[in-house]
Design a binder for this molecule. Structure first.
Ligand SMILES: [Zn+2]
Length: 297
């Protein structure tokens, strides 16, 4: 082989090598995702109502948010938060004695916020079917809704104040979530939605029978855990601490199972100190992430 030929074949070899090295990073780029908290409203309450041992003299904000997730394979919404019809849902079906505690402020529904930004959804993932998470379902009647069988069934039989039947009257396009026997971060079963560990669903029964937790992992490895209403406050997991006893009796379908979930997440946080746990209503945690149109990426 003369010098020029050898040089050409070396160049070809290094191009091939560079391509081979570039492939894995191209793959992980494709597997990346970004997410944004879409805040629809807030409820002003007392610290004591939100967590065991909370202060009676201190105010607390309970946020109402949905989580918008952009993955290269699909655009997802975790929960729907308060929707366009929340006032009529709330006024016609919420028992009067529950209304003062659950009252919310001015609402900017997710559908309105997405339309203003020109965004569309492919799927909804429901952490649970309580009214403040399912209120926007009729706004997205055309979008498939993913939830475990146990939760779909619960949404059909549960009664106010937890579940408001009017939110399901349009007959959501349910897609049952069936977990696989694949352990994930202390959970015995899981469902890796896209096969790239970016969006992983885990069962969290307790607050409701088919409650679901969602792990989101960014391309750089930062991992976020959306725990629905297993606890309303991060202190529920770091403690671990229960909800205030009246709230607990009012909203937790299976209190003992809910306690077991609190302990599980408590242990997970000790084992994975970098993991960011985001309870569905914890304003103090959520404000550190910012709100739509701000993206975490
Ligand atoms: Zn809730």
């Amino acid at each position: 082989m003369n010098r020029a030929k050898r040089h050409r074949s070396n160049t070809r070899l290094s191009i091939l090598l560079a391509l081979a090295l570039a492939l894995p990073s191209a793959h992980s780029l494709a597997a990346g995702l970004r997410f944004s908290l879409v805040r629809t409203a807030e409820t002003e309450t007392l610290d004591a109502f939100t967590v065991e041992g909370g202060q009676w003299t201190e105010k607390a904000i309970a946020n109402h948010v949905a989580v918008l997730v952009e993955h290269h394979a699909a655009t997802l919404l975790i929960d729907t938060s308060l929707g366009r019809q929340v006032d009529s849902q709330f006024n016609s079906e919420m028992p009067w004695w529950d209304k003062p505690l659950l009252q919310y402020g001015k609402v900017d529904p997710v559908r309105d916020q997405l339309e203003r930004a020109g965004l569309r959804l492919d799927r909804i993932l429901l952490t649970h079917s309580h009214w403040d998470h399912a209120s926007g379902l009729p706004d997205f009647a055309e979008v498939p809704v993913w939830a475990p069988y146990a939760e779909i069934e619960f949404s059909q039989i549960a009664t106010p104040p937890a579940v408001l039947p009017s939110q399901f009257r349009h007959k959501p396009r349910w897609r049952p979530v069936v977990y696989e026997p694949t352990p994930f971060l202390g959970f015995e079963e899981s469902l890796d939605l896209f096969g790239d560990s970016a969006v992983v669903l885990v069962p969290m029964p307790g607050h409701t029978p088919g409650g679901m937790g969602v792990f989101l992992t960014l391309e750089d490895g930062r991992r976020f855990f959306f725990t629905g209403d297993t606890s309303w406050r991060l202190e529920g997991f770091t403690g671990p601490k229960e909800k205030f006893w009246i709230s607990r009796a009012m909203v937790d379908n299976d209190p003992a199972q809910t306690t077991a979930q609190l302990r599980k997440v408590h242990e997970l946080m000790a084992a994975e100190p970098e993991l960011r746990v985001i309870p569905a209503h914890d304003e103090r945690v959520q404000r550190t992430l910012g709100y739509f149109p701000h993206w975490i990426e």
